[in-house]
Design a protein around this ligand. Structure first.
Ligand code: 26W
Length: 824
């Protein structure tokens, strides 16, 4: 018999060093004599990985034994960022590792920054999924994430001559956090045909076969909770040619090239993350990705359920599946297919299970972002699923017709099939019909989906099917990890780090708002974080900025609805004002640094134009001696999770200025406030709830309200509109060539002047400028400002993703935590 190995549970720095060195010398086969930072990172990561693996195995055993209901979070994106720091903090041995690394001659920060980001996502939706995994594990919920193992994550952004250039992100060279499971595979079918047969019981059954088969291979990553031993699993599927299908005899029969081409075609499925974050382009490969991932995940989930030997009627008592947007909607017809075609259940019995299993989270009301797939494409790729979708639709429409016999138009409006040329499958409708709960991600957004895109469905199903779960963020990464000094200061006042597990405890900070010492420390930490950001800017942009200036930050995906153009037009306005001032007047100006960052989808020309304009404006202003330190403008290249960890703590004001009603929630707004920054924002998404929590005296709101947007747009088209005079002056400056050839920016200016200003930049411009003025005044009164920031931090408890996950668990999943002590 095998002897039980001794777990490598280092506790002291010497034991840690021992483990790290052992890995460097044996796992990596490297000599300690030329141990560089990369090797030190690898040794440290592998030492902590061992620790995680032990708890991971125990957690999985414990969860299997407890046999409780599990939740499966299906998301095409998980924007995880770096794992080492998180692992060290969650295991609780960061200090031990720090001392050990120092002995070996390394600084912790340098070692941490050796790791590349796991950037398997575009923006907010992907980062939300990552925060959810952290909370699920920290709260001891039995949960798995399912996604794709992209060979290339979101592209790296380079700025060349002021333009965005995309560079592939090949991130898998060395990834110590993943475990290939070559024994966990699923064969996935594509194309082919459907035939009918009569089974032994005389029932009509369908089979789908004769297609192309691609194999899904599982890669697992451990997800450690904070302050608990619970370590959940993130399973990523990688595609490869199927052994059955991939014909090795071809090698021998002179078809070597064909054979290799087949193999590459299979591997292409999981090759790349699609970089569009709001425009659906209907590419066949994207649909293949979606089905490949849904089918592999469902097979895996069903396989696990079947091991328990429970009857099918118990399925939804054991399994909850959350659909992160419509990207995994094919899981609905896929589960129906498994139950009806493969397991022989009746349609109704199966459909009851399907609806009880799924929940659907909507993240957008933008019409161009709502997924639709053409019927001919689905027919070709997934012929059986198309039949099932039609059957779901026909039963649904019959029900609607019976319930609303007098309403003629309703059937066309709610049909899953859009009667266009070609016909399209509306994935959001399929997701609503196949789920028992649908949620939006902030109160306003959840109200809006009920009155706009899903209005008819509220009538059909009643209002209870629709609910709100306001987004949240994990305070572990977004406070403790990104801002260790602030975390430490808070802990010193609250008597420990309990608040990282119950963020509402932050409210106790209010008692210290007048404490002189505390205020000084709080301010000093913000300043130190700004110094660090200023150093970063100097290193990466070559621009020297004054850390005492007001740091104004807008970092997020570049999109017209998020209105970075409003921000940069405001900057130009500020520049013009400064240029017109006397030396005396200039003395009263609040110095500012305007910081931008974010990626544009590669085919989104308007967004790329905005990036270019920001860079051109920066070039001119930063070189203008008359302006000096009063205004600097920088665009930070390649914004990602690990850069956010530096940028967020260094901000005084951050911009969340979407056209009202367009930003579903926003989550970076929460991160900035939690780190002692204030927000300038519109009445949109979670800004509204942040205002409710921190108080309206502590946030700078401006602009038109969501309820007025439609009328304003209509008025633009019917009556035309008068351009805001200050904005007009900004446009004249751009047109005059101040920032380089004006032709480069004409599409941007024309979209406002000539094409109806869909995002209401002109309507909100005056209000925006005035509010920026108020910010200058408020910032000048430092004591007042510090009070605002401390009170805001104290009132952010609601926005923990722990609160959010508890709400999902109770309202949507009906799952309970499994305490590690339960039987461990
Ligand atoms: C069609 C391709 C595609 C890909 C991604 C369409 C849409 C998406 C996402 C829904 C984009 C996204 O990240 N949405 C953001 O989700 C966050 C988490 O809920 C919200 O906070 C943001 O407001 C929302 O824009």
């Amino acid at each position: 018999a095998w002897k039980k190995h001794s777990a490598r549970e280092f506790k002291t720095k010497e034991e840690f060093e021992n483990e790290a060195v052992r890995h460097i010398e044996t796992t990596l086969a490297r000599s300690l004599f030329n141990c560089d930072e990369a090797a030190a990172y690898a040794g440290t990561a592998l030492a902590f990985r061992d620790r995680l693996v032990i708890e991971w195995n125990k957690t999985q055993q414990r969860q299997t034994f407890a046999d409780q209901k599990r939740v499966y979070y299906l998301s095409l994106e998980f924007l995880m960022g770096r794992a080492l720091d998180n692992a060290m903090l969650n295991v609780g041995l960061k200090d031990v590792a720090k001392d050990g690394l120092a002995d070996l001659g390394f600084r912790m920060e340098d070692i941490i920054s050796q790791e590349r980001d796991a950037a398997l996502g575009n923006g907010g939706l992907g980062r939300l999924a990552a925060c959810f995994l952290d909370s699920l594990a920290s709260l001891n919920y039995p949960a798995w994430g399912y996604a794709l193992r992209y060979r290339y994550g979101i592209f790296k952004q380079e700025i060349v001559d002021g333009y965005q250039v995309e560079v592939p992100d090949y991130w898998l060279d060395f990834n110590p956090w993943e475990f290939p499971r070559h024994d966990v595979t699923v064969d996935i079918n594509f194309y082919g045909s459907v035939s009918q047969y009569v089974d032994d019981d005389g029932k009509q059954r369908s089979v789908w076969d004769n297609g192309e088969i691609v194999t899904a291979v599982a890669y697992d990553a451990p997800i450690p909770g904070y302050g608990t031993t619970t370590t959940n699993n993130l399973r990523l599927w990688s595609s490869k040619a199927s052994h059955g299908e991939f014909d090795f005899t071809k090698f021998n029969s002179g078809e070597y090239e064909q054979s290799v081409a087949d193999q590459q075609r299979a591997e292409t499925i999981s090759a790349v993350l699609y970089p569009n974050d709001s425009l659906e382009r209907g590419k066949e490969l994207r649909l293949k990705q979606q089905y490949f991932w849904c089918a592999a995940s469902l097979f895996d989930i069903v396989r696990r359920f079947k091991k328990s030997k429970k009857p099918w009627k118990d399925f939804a008592n054991q399994v909850a599946i959350q659909l992160n947007d419509t990207h995994p909607t094919l899981a609905i017809p896929e589960l129906q297919r498994i139950l009806v075609d493969l397991e022989g259940l009746g349609w109704d019995e199966a459909w009851t299970i399907v609806q009880a299993t799924f929940g659907y989270t909507n993240h957008t009301v933008l019409p161009e972002a709502l997924e639709k797939w053409s019927v001919p494409l689905i027919q070709h790729l997934l012929p059986r699923h198309l039949q099932i979708i039609y059957e779901i639709n026909s039963r649904f429409l019959q029900y609607v017709e019976k319930t609303f016999p007098k309403e003629k138009d309703i059937l066309g409006r709610v049909s899953i099939i859009e009667e266009s040329q070609p016909k399209m499958v509306r994935m959001a409708y399929l997701a609503v019909i196949g789920s028992h709960k649908v949620n939006g991600v902030a109160e306003l957004h959840s109200d809006l989906i009920k009155t706009t895109i899903f209005k008819d469905f509220v009538k059909i199903y009643g209002p209870d099917k629709f609910t709100n779960v306001t987004n949240g963020i994990t305070p572990r990464r977004w406070l403790h990890q990104a801002n260790p000094k602030l975390s430490e200061l808070i802990a010193s006042k609250l008597g420990g780090y309990d608040y990282l597990r119950d963020l509402t405890l932050l409210h106790k900070l209010e008692a210290f708002v007048d404490d002189k010492e505390f205020r000084k420390d709080f301010q000093a930490i913000k300043y130190a974080n700004k110094v660090r950001l200023a150093q970063y800017i100097l290193e990466h942009n070559g621009v020297k900025v004054n850390p005492a200036a007001l740091f104004d930050v807008q970092v997020k995906r570049i999109h017209e609805y998020k209105r970075q153009q409003l921000n940069i037009f405001g900057v130009i306005h500020r520049y013009l004002q400064i240029k017109a001032m006397s030396a005396e007047e200039k003395k009263k100006v609040q110095p500012r640094v305007s910081i931008f960052g974010g990626k544009a989808a590669p085919g989104y020309w308007m967004a790329k134009t905005v990036i270019h304009l920001v860079n051109q404006v920066g070039k001119v202003i930063n070189a203008d001696k008359e302006v000096g330190d009063l205004l600097k403008v920088v665009f930070l290249e390649d914004y990602n999770v690990s850069k956010a960890e530096i940028i967020v703590p260094g901000s005084d004001i951050s911009e969340h200025i979407s056209t009202a009603g367009t930003e579903a929630s926003g989550t970076s707004n929460m991160k900035f406030v939690l780190n002692g920054g204030l927000v300038i924002g519109t009445c949109d998404g979670a800004n509204i709830e942040i205002t409710r929590e921190v108080g309206e005296e502590n946030i700078f709101l401006f602009g038109n309200l969501a309820e007025d947007v439609e009328d304003l747009r209509e008025a633009h088209h019917k009556q035309g509109f008068e351009l805001d005079p200050l904005l007009k002056r900004v446009f004249e400056t751009i047109r005059s060539g101040t920032f380089g050839d004006a032709g480069q920016f004409s599409a941007l200016v024309d979209s406002i002047v000539d094409h109806g200003d869909y995002y209401l930049v002109s309507d909100d411009f005056k209000s925006y400028i005035d509010t920026q003025g108020l910010i200058d005044q408020s910032y000048a009164k430092q004591e007042e400002w510090v009070t605002k920031t401390i009170l805001s931090v104290a009132r952010m408890g609601f926005f923990s993703s722990d609160r959010c996950i508890d709400e999902y668990a109770e309202m949507i999943w009906n799952i309970e935590p499994l305490k590690p002590e339960a039987n461990g």
